[in-house]
Ligand binder design. Structure first.
Ligand SMILES: Nc1ncnc2c1ncn2[C@@H]1O[C@H](COP(=O)(O)OP(=O)(O)OP(=O)(O)O)[C@@H](O)[C@H]1O
Length: 217
């Protein structure tokens, strides 16, 4: 599903990643932990094609992402990759359902099909009754579940989540964590999750740690 080899990244003199190798299988849930500043978000952004490594190669779903132009990369990202961030980043002027649909429209998919899938996902995530409300009218947990539905709308091969429960109380965090496993079991979804939440990190199939620019397993 995903193979990264020899990924390096520096910011000026700061060598953040010194040669990271990672292989993720379909349906795996991988957690990445490490001290603050260890380079977790940097790695996630590179794996998610949002940022460019200095060296190394990245293959996702048989495609050599490291060789793609920026335009090819954004089309690939829209189709194959989903993101969940600590802050939901939902657009405030749109309803929950509209927010979920937007990446589908950007991908120029059939509008009726996007709408149908959004309804299905909102149902699976338990927020259908809230679908016509704007983000400011949703609870924190509901906002984050809408963000999960948005990440799933294009049926991505892999979802990258950066501190997904960092902004939730412990009850909502637990609910979100079990949702990831439900989505894996029911939809075969693959996740790579950066987290400081030890409970979530330990629930994953594999917990990997970044230290001194390299990956400890
Ligand atoms: N655009 C940038 N320019 C310069 N330095 C950066 C940039 N982005 C990140 N860094 C530095 O790179 C290092 C790794 O940052 P990163 O955000 O990947 O860490 P992290 O492990 O995700 O940390 P945290 O757990 O605190 O979120 C940090 O020292 C950070 O200050």
């Amino acid at each position: 599903m995903l193979t990264a080899s020899g990924i390096t990244k520096s910011y000026g003199d700061l060598r953040v990643l010194k040669g990271i190798d990672l292989h993720v299988e379909k349906k795996e849930i991988i957690s990445i932990v490490g001290a603050s500043g260890a380079g977790k978000s940097t790695l996630l952004h590179i794996l998610g094609t949002l940022d460019q490594s200095d060296n190394g190669s990245l293959r996702i779903n048989q495609s050599d992402v490291s060789r793609m132009s920026n335009k090819e990369k954004s089309a690939f990202r829209n189709k194959h990759i989903g993101f969940i961030f600590q802050f939901h980043n939902l657009l405030p002027e749109f309803t929950a359902k509209e927010n979920v649909c937007i990446p589908g429209y950007i991908g120029k998919r059939d509008a009726a099909e996007v709408s149908r899938r959004a309804d299905e996902l909102l149902e699976v995530l338990g927020i259908s009754a809230r679908r016509d409300h704007k983000p400011s009218e949703l609870s924190g947990g509901e906002q984050q579940r809408a963000a999960v539905a948005r990440a799933l709308i294009n049926a991505p091969s892999i979802i990258f989540a950066d501190e997904p429960s960092g902004n939730l109380d412990s009850k909502n965090a637990k609910e979100l964590h079990s949702l990831f496993f439900k989505l894996r079991d029911e939809l075969g979804q693959t996740f790579v999750i950066v987290t400081h939440n030890e409970e979530l990190a330990d629930m994953a199939d594999r917990k990997l740690e970044i230290k001194d620019g390299v990956m400890l397993t």
